[in-house]
Ligand binder design. Structure first.
Ligand code: NAP
Length: 482
């Protein structure tokens, strides 16, 4: 088989917030895995930057512990010893004036230089200004920014303005890690690499589409942040919106960053203004062992949602009449994320009423395991007439591809895309703004009406009203965790 590793030249990656949770759990382990796969050339530098008073050796120790915890390797692992040699650390306060010259001295001219802003967005302006002032921005410079990208349209515009003052849009990589998931990219491969699906991928054949991102965890230690955010801002505006875009978009003329993002943008702009009765919000109650949402956010009056289910329409020729149902929440029955394309029943059953009603479903599962399943109807084996049965045609790639099917973490893919300069799987400024322009009136409506989310049991399927949203239309959600 042809090597799956696309080589890159030596690069410098600087992680502002290198001592934080995201760096520890995701960024550093992802870099280590790419190193293990020999995709990171020796000579590349990974430089942590934060206010904590530590030296390079202490940062290496921090990275070693992070990798041992996340990558299931031992402290004695040979790759680990080699990998941490590439690490360095600079003590920098994004708002201060110390340390910038030290950082600049560590950077090699002429190579790709990626600054990962793994810090709160309030620091973006200060970081961008200082990088510019200390002449660390050149044509090969890229910056990576994390969610949340704003909390509404005006704050997102302000952030875009801050970044565009110092960087060209081609240098800005806005991460939505859902786009780095192998199966999400496979959705594009399945849609645009096969002739089977595309002719059916429209309202003539698709009854509806369900997108679910369910978590079992509550808001944990992020209570005060989450109470100001909620499921709509934290999940729907970005992750679910991106999944919807990839499902609904027209085939781009080519798989290139702007062609793909142009098509995604058209989907967002075609979304209808969702009516209030097509949105269900919920808040989880306490369980025997776990506290309630309001306890977790320490706000007994909180009107923030930990669950949302909504029905929307992509108002264009392809999707007229096919609803998209989106659902996401915390403290639900299982960790379960998927896109389900539910096709219409066959127009006429030659097998009679006793054969029952059957339809095809394409299920793209993102969590806990990644995979694609097509539900097809077959004859139930054995004598006794023509009874029909739905069975999954499992597109599990593990058997066909062997070790090549090992699913890399989304961050591995995305960080290497930054180094390669490929923005296809990153959100463009206008996409983010269009998503907020759709989200803002919905949130403003709740606020002006004083809407209170409905309570739901911890580790359940969410509020009963979410089931009603579907049942009113003669449809049902796929059960979370099934
Ligand atoms: P965190 O654990 O609070 O870490 C913040 C990091 O920023 C620390 O390394 C901190 O180190 C550094 N920092 C804070 N103030 C600084 C300053 N003035 N100058 C320089 N460094 C400073 O946060 P996180 O969870 O890693 O999240 C980082 C960003 O990613 C946030 O915007 C978050 O919303 C986003 N994000 C995180 C996750 C996740 O899973 N954690 C997921 C998606 C998005 P010092 O205190 O040593 O300075």
């Amino acid at each position: 088989m042809v090597s799956r590793i696309i080589p890159v030249d030596e690069f410098d990656l600087i992680i502002f917030g290198g001592t934080g949770d995201l760096a520890r759990r995701k960024i550093i382990p992802a870099l280590f895995k790419r190193f293990q796969d020999e995709q990171i050339p020796s000579g590349s530098r990974i430089i942590g930057a934060a206010r904590s008073d530590m030296d390079a050796e202490a940062f290496r120790e921090f990275a070693r512990d992070a990798i041992v915890a996340e990558c299931k390797v031992s402290h004695e692992n040979k790759d680990l010893a080699e990998f941490v040699e590439a690490l360095d650390y600079v003590m920098i306060d994004a708002l201060g004036e110390e340390g910038w010259a030290d950082l600049s001295a560590l950077l090699q001219p002429g190579r790709v230089r990626a600054f990962y802003f793994s810090v709160g967005p309030s620091l973006f302006d200060a970081l961008a200004e200082r990088l510019d002032r200390h002449q660390m921005v050149d044509a090969e410079t890229r910056i990576v920014v994390e969610k949340p990208f704003g909390r509404d349209l005006s704050s997102a515009r302000a952030l875009n303005k801050v970044l565009s003052a110092r960087f060209d849009e081609t240098q800005i990589y806005r991460i939505d890690h859902y786009l780095g998931k192998e199966t999400v990219q496979n959705l594009m491969a399945v849609r645009f690499g096969n002739v089977l699906f595309e002719p059916l991928w429209n309202s003539q054949f698709v009854d509806h589409i369900q997108i679910t991102v369910a978590e079992t965890v509550g808001v944990g230690g992020r209570g005060s942040y989450y109470d100001k955010s909620g499921a709509m801002r934290d999940m729907v505006q970005n992750h679910l919106m991106q999944l919807l875009c990839l499902t609904a978009m027209e085939p781009p003329a080519k798989f290139d960053p702007d062609a793909v993002r142009d098509e995604k943008l058209k989907v967002i702009r075609a979304l209808n203004a969702v009516e209030p009765h097509h949105i269900i919000r919920g808040q989880y109650d306490a369980s025997a062992e776990d506290s309630s949402f309001r306890e977790d956010v320490e706000n007994p009056q909180s009107k923030t949602e930990s669950f949302i289910a909504l029905k929307c329409h992509v108002q264009n020729w392809r999707w007229a009449g096919t609803p998209f149902y989106l659902r996401t929440g915390k403290r639900l029955e299982a960790r379960d994320s998927e896109i389900i394309v539910v096709f219409k029943d066959a127009p006429h059953s030659i097998f009679g009423a006793e054969a029952g009603r059957h339809h095809n479903e394409l299920r793209i599962q993102l969590q806990p395991d990644e995979g694609i399943t097509l539900k097809v109807t077959i004859k139930e084996p054995g004598p006794g007439g023509m009874r029909l049965l739905d069975v999954p045609l499992d597109m599990s790639f593990a058997e066909t591809l062997g070790p090549a099917a090992d699913t890399p973490d989304a961050y591995e893919r995305l960080i290497m895309d930054v180094v390669r300069g490929n923005q296809t799987l990153f959100m463009r400024n206008d996409e983010v703004e269009a998503a907020w322009a759709w989200t803002d009136p919905i949130i403003q409506g709740w606020e002006s009406r004083g809407d209170v989310p409905k309570p739901y049991d911890s580790f359940s399927q969410g509020p009963a009203a979410a089931d009603m949203l579907m049942q009113r239309d003669g449809r049902t959600w796929r059960e979370i965790g099934q």
